[in-house]
Ligand binder design. Sequence first.
Ligand SMILES: C[S@@+](CC[C@H](N)C(=O)[O-])C[C@H]1O[C@@H](n2cnc3c(N)ncnc32)[C@H](O)[C@@H]1O
Length: 457
Amino acid sequence: MGREPQRNPKDLDPTHLSEFRERLTRCREANPDAWDASRNLVGQPQVQLTLKRLTAAIQDSPSLPFALRNQLVGVLREGTANRIQELPGEGLRQLTGLPPTKAVRALCILFGLARQEGSAEPVPAISAAQIERFVRTCPNPFDLLREADVASLLDLGAGDLSFASELVDQYLPILQERQQDLIVHCIDRLKPGSKLGGPLHPGHAKLKSLRQPTPGLRFQFWGDQDMFDLGKATNLLPHYTIATCQAPATPTFALEPSRVSPPIIEEHLRKTKGVFRTVRVEGEEALEVLHGGRTLLFPPWKFEIRGPLALLDLLSRHGKLCVLSAVDAEVFWELLSQLVADSRMRPTDVIFSPAIIAELFGPLYVSLSTLPVGESVVLSNLTDLRHDLPRVLTTPDVQERHYRFRHIEVRRGAVFEGVPCSRTARLFKDMTEEPPPWFLVLVPAEPTELQAIPPKN
Ligand SMILES: C[S@@+](CC[C@H](N)C(=O)[O-])C[C@H]1O[C@@H](n2cnc3c(N)ncnc32)[C@H](O)[C@@H]1O
């Protein structure tokens, strides 16, 4: 039998090289302002410092294959050159597909050196295939912020901003060292100053600390902002490296309105949550719920049902990688039913009870419900993934009517070592009646990959 030729680990894999060149081209094309700005980085007297910084950024990029990283550092003369003309032009061309000056400028964009205040916002150029490879090997999906060409995150329903704070504490120092910006944008529908929502409001000190001018940090928080009506949040980027929703709201995302009709939803809410009505409290509109002999007050939109399809649509539009954490059981099974290919798992007008879930999901239910806390599975190893998720949000910015996720990981548990986490995730350990929640890592397929989807009848 013929043997596979042995590859020296120092050899550059041709697939890695072609992917890298492609990423470089896309990054350059997607950031025309940064491309213009990069001209300043290769002129005198700046170029010497640029080559040093670029080398450091490449050395500090462990997601790059070892051989590629080494060769790039080699052709950059380990940051010791004073002029571009001192670099080996042919070597640079082989690695980047570009003549030397353009190669250095493109590398400056890819490794985050070529950005200017006021320039067009950076668009992550990292591909879905690269992200999938990354999340399949790295247990912390948020580490993508230190690996991707742009470090940006959108947190939807950000609550008290605990997660954003932890994230900034963890990644800002690393990115500052590489002179790369960390962009963190947070949205929550609670009205700042409202009496409703209690501990989910960000504390004054936390907000002040995140908002104070800090080198390399671009933080913004929009309160009183419905994630499904993003008109007011004008500085929002079209695409983020990561879009996340930590502890997606219940019942907002626990029932899918395209699966369960409004009267059945309403009846279910009255049965499980209690009698409710809109009232005014101290000048504010509120939802009053009579539950277990107690009167509870919530923001007036608490029982607006949007469903998991709307959340998935939103996350996949904005994030190159999507992360859902601390997903409770109700939201999880409704969400799962929309992610799988088998349409029998999303029957019309059936409210999911534990018994129905067990019966409906069958072997998939057994595999997932027995997943130990801390363990994870790649969903496509258990069942076929849905290829025609409908775009349910009616905004004109996205053309295609369907999309899909090319990779979905399902993990069990609320808090994971080394992974920044939210207030609600931390509280799960005290919720003795709640089963352990779920953590999902989803990689949307690129629009170009969607053409492969067979048309729906
Ligand atoms: C369960 S809490 C989770 C808060 C925080 N992410 C955490 O994990 O601690 C859900 C949050 O989503 C917010 N929310 C609910 N619906 C929203 C919407 N349509 N737009 C923006 N935020 C929303 C709520 O105000 C609340 O802060």
